[in-house]
Design a protein around this ligand. Structure first.
Ligand code: DHB
Length: 389
């Protein structure tokens, strides 16, 4: 009897030991990012932002240590999916995050669903993404959100005939569609819609065509990192001097590249959710700290998506006492979050799990000797207009 009691005591002690080990185990966040290849700046910006967030907010939430794992998908969808599987099965991450391109997010969505792991999309911006898994929450933006704003602004500002030029994949097709729909509604005319390949695009033949068509403006969407090439070739062809205005979503005048684009970019108007020049105390603090931690690098909209994504994860961990209740509890705690981001007030719509945010109209201007997207108008609390249900 005594030995049995002892055995029981031993088993209880072992059980408690296992419990306390579990309590002390780190909560792992797996970020899958393009750290190499064409989209490498997206990975660099999001990694820097995630590390800044942790430096500012500590690596413990509700008493639980947080471990950040960053993996390079090279911009390849199959790699993103394989890495997600490894992170979930081997590393036992509690949350997946990152996703620098739409195809990377779409390839990974089934892993999030099967493993019931919340997946925070910090960069990719095609409307359909949040519908690919009920475990997806987005802290970036959608092209539909931004493009509608430009479809309203352009015709009110003397732009009646437009050619659109977009990267030929999800976000480009959304940008083309939502700009065009709104622009036509406002009596504008889209005289040609051009699509360029995502990989290694050569803009020259497309821009030549635009020059021959002589529209009032060229509307452009290219992903982060490709804007400088468009700007350079647009200016080299003297298209601005031929009276063609350059407009688009703010991906083109990306803060990561803008200051190197030269004075030819002055006056370019874009619509977007974030500018490093956004005039708020929260943003000033963010930009200063980001630059200080990263050898003067200016944060772009990708960095803000990453920074806010980490905040959504941290808040969810706080509200679940360190992730108790697993993926479903965390997901529930992510829905409906509302807070002031460096871009302004944001809200995670509990129903769609997508971000609701302000969209700004901005003009490239010189401030303190540097080129910036200076906001001059705002459309408040824009929901994604691209949801199919
Ligand atoms: C996507 C990627 C980008 O770099 C960007 O600026 C917008 C959208 C995407 O693939 O979804």
């Amino acid at each position: 009897m005594k030995t049995l009691l002892n055995l029981r005591a031993l088993l209880i002690a072992l059980g408690m030991c296992a419990l306390s080990v579990q309590a002390q185990e780190a909560f792992k966040i797996g970020l899958i990012l393009p750290m190499t290849g064409q989209q490498a700046t997206t990975g660099k910006q999001i990694e820097a932002a995630a590390r800044l967030f942790m430096a500012q907010n500590g690596d413990k939430v509700a008493g639980r240590k947080i471990e950040l794992i960053i993996k390079d998908d090279g911009g390849i969808p199959d790699a993103a999916k394989r890495i997600a599987q490894e992170l979930v099965v081997n590393d036992k991450v509690g949350v997946l995050g990152g996703f620098g391109l739409t195809p990377l997010a779409l390839a990974t969505a089934p892993i999030a669903t099967q493993s019931k792991t919340p997946m925070v999309v910090m960069a990719a911006a095609t409307s359909i993404i949040t519908e690919a898994s009920p475990y997806i929450v987005r802290t970036s933006f959608t092209l539909a959100q931004c493009s509608v704003a430009m479809g309203d602004w352009a015709p009110k500002n003397g732009i009646k005939r437009v050619v659109t030029l977009v990267s030929d994949y999800g976000p480009g097709i959304d940008a083309e569609r939502f700009f065009k729909e709104r622009f036509l509604l406002n009596s504008g005319q889209v005289i040609e819609s051009l699509r360029v390949p995502l990989r290694n695009p050569d803009f020259a033949p497309f821009l030549q065509k635009v020059r021959d068509l002589k529209p009032d403006a060229l509307f452009v969407f290219v992903p982060s990192g490709a804007g400088a090439a468009v700007m350079k070739q647009f200016l080299e062809r003297g298209m601005d001097k031929a009276g063609i205005k350059l407009i688009g979503t703010g991906d083109m005048t990306d803060d990561d590249q803008l200051n190197d684009m030269g004075d030819g970019s002055l006056g370019v108007v874009t619509s977007h959710h974030y500018s490093a020049m956004h005039p708020s105390a929260v943003n000033k603090k963010f930009v200063e700290a980001f630059k200080k931690a990263n050898h003067g690098m200016r944060p772009n909209f990708m960095a803000v998506g990453g920074y806010d994504g980490m905040r959504v994860i941290y808040e969810a961990l706080k509200n679940t006492k360190g992730g108790q209740g697993g993926g479903d509890a965390l997901l529930a705690a992510m829905k409906g979050q509302i807070f002031e981001s460096p871009r302004g007030q944001i809200f995670i719509d509990a129903q769609t799990r997508d971000i609701v945010q302000n969209i700004y109209l901005r003009r490239v201007e010189k401030k303190d000797g540097e080129l910036y997207n200076v906001e001059f108008d705002v459309i408040k609390e824009v929901k994604d207009p691209g949801k199919t249900k």
